[in-house]
Design a protein around this ligand. Structure first.
Ligand SMILES: [Zn+2]
Length: 425
């Protein structure tokens, strides 16, 4: 506890210094148009400008240093596993550290919330760095002539292998949005999303014994098989559906049950795959509410959809934009944590990062033929590994190197401890 208090004091001091610099008009640029490797971002699906969300600018002022010992502070905080997304919007007082939430559990639970201490200089955690959310559609056979939206089975398997080999680990949409990243220290989270509810992403078919199983070589089947060989990769993905998803031999309830029981998630992609900029408030709520209703009526009891993806990457008109996240249709209210675009965007991809915009979260297309897609993104991480989110192994802590401390959105941090550490050399 002592270590943590000391850290909190230092951190508070650093934040005040930062605040002073900020107030005195010294502009610390937090986002830039150009990536560190010199590439200017372009592309992305929707017409509005993209790009900044990609730069990291170390502060010009060295005074915000918060020294952190390796393996800082015994952590007594405890998160409720599925911490509600609401938690994020509870501002912490004055951007000051929340040093852990109250411990309500007994001694037993404390033990399991203490992950092994890490060597910060080796692991270099950066928990407001870039998180890759990949947008896939179908996973097809090679002869089905894939376009830029589809992946062949072999390409998809290769993606999983590359991600695994390069230190990425699967996290669920919910955990991503909660910054509740429960992966090994030194690894980076990645979120897989599949739009349109295509049968090649998931459907259940009867095998020879009449048992419903994932269609061979659909995305779920491939992820399941990969996870069997590499259990530490994780096994999850989010499927964003329209009405009538997952053509196959199963009922909707059976399909949803399979997904939820096996760690997958169901998201909203509007009932008719609507171009949302053409809709008014009522139409938007009808498009979104219908899918919410389908999920509520068919998914296992208590399942909560947490996000929406914009069809075609097209967002609603500005005045109706909030209906992407909350509204009501036929007596059913929906309230989502985030809405995702198609392609990179102006918005950073990490929760608790300045500028994180839940209405405009970026995704990268699951392909390798143009700027900003998955292949391009992985290459840019190889060139600039310090840009990506690297986990400290403890979902209760947000660890960030001092040089990037300015990226932390302290006001959004709730119930977690922020650790700002100095990198030596
Ligand atoms: Zn779509």
């Amino acid at each position: 506890m002592k270590g943590k208090n000391c850290l909190a004091v230092l951190a508070k001091r650093a934040f005040l210094i930062f605040l002073l610099i900020f107030i005195s008009g010294c502009t610390l640029q937090t986002e830039e148009q150009i990536t560190e490797n010199g590439a200017v971002l372009s592309g992305g699906e929707s017409s509005d400008g993209l790009d900044s969300g990609f730069g990291e600018t170390p502060p010009q002022n060295g005074s915000q240093v918060v020294p952190a010992q390796n393996g800082v502070s015994g952590n007594s905080s405890e998160t409720s596993g599925g911490a509600d997304l609401q938690a994020q919007s509870d501002p912490a007082p004055n951007g000051v550290f929340e040093s852990g939430s109250e411990t309500s559990g007994g001694a037993g639970s404390q033990a399991q919330s203490n992950p092994p201490e890490i060597d910060y200089q080796k692991v270099k955690p950066y928990e407001v760095g870039r998180i890759t959310v990949i947008m896939y559609h179908g996973v097809v056979d090679a002869e089905e002539a894939p376009d830029k939206y589809t992946r062949t089975v072999e390409e998809f398997k290769a993606d999983l292998q590359t991600l695994y080999d390069e230190g990425f680990r699967l996290v669920s949409m919910r955990d991503y949005l909660d910054n509740n990243i429960k992966i090994e220290a030194g690894k980076s989270p990645v979120v897989l999303t599949f739009d349109d509810g295509l049968r090649t992403s998931f459907s259940l078919v009867k095998n020879e014994d009449g048992i419903l199983v994932p269609r061979p070589d659909c995305a779920v089947d491939l992820i399941n098989k990969f996870a069997e060989l590499h259990p530490d990769f994780g096994k999850t993905a989010a499927f964003f559906i329209n009405r009538d998803p997952f053509a196959g031999d199963a009922s909707l309830a059976q399909s949803f049950a399979y997904l939820v029981e096996n760690g997958y998630e169901i998201g909203n992609h509007t009932a008719s795959h609507a171009a949302m900029d053409e809709l008014d408030a009522l139409q938007l709520q009808a498009e979104i509410g219908e899918v919410e209703k389908i999920i509520r009526e068919n998914a296992p009891k208590g399942y909560e959809c947490v996000a929406l993806t914009y069809p075609f990457g097209i967002r609603p008109k500005e005045e109706f934009h909030s209906f992407a996240l909350s509204g009501e249709f036929e007596g059913i209210k929906y309230n989502y944590a985030a809405a995702f675009r198609e392609g990179q965007s102006v918005s950073p991809s990490a929760p608790n990062r300045n500028g994180f915009d839940v209405l405009n979260l970026p995704r990268v297309r699951g392909s390798d033929n143009e700027e900003t897609d998955l292949g391009w993104t992985l290459r840019s991480f190889r060139d600039n590994p310090d840009l990506k989110y690297v986990s400290d192994g403890d979902p209760n802590k947000i660890s960030v190197p001092e040089v990037y401390a300015e990226n932390i959105d302290y006001a959004s941090v709730s119930g977690k401890e922020v650790v700002v550490y100095e990198l030596s050399g």
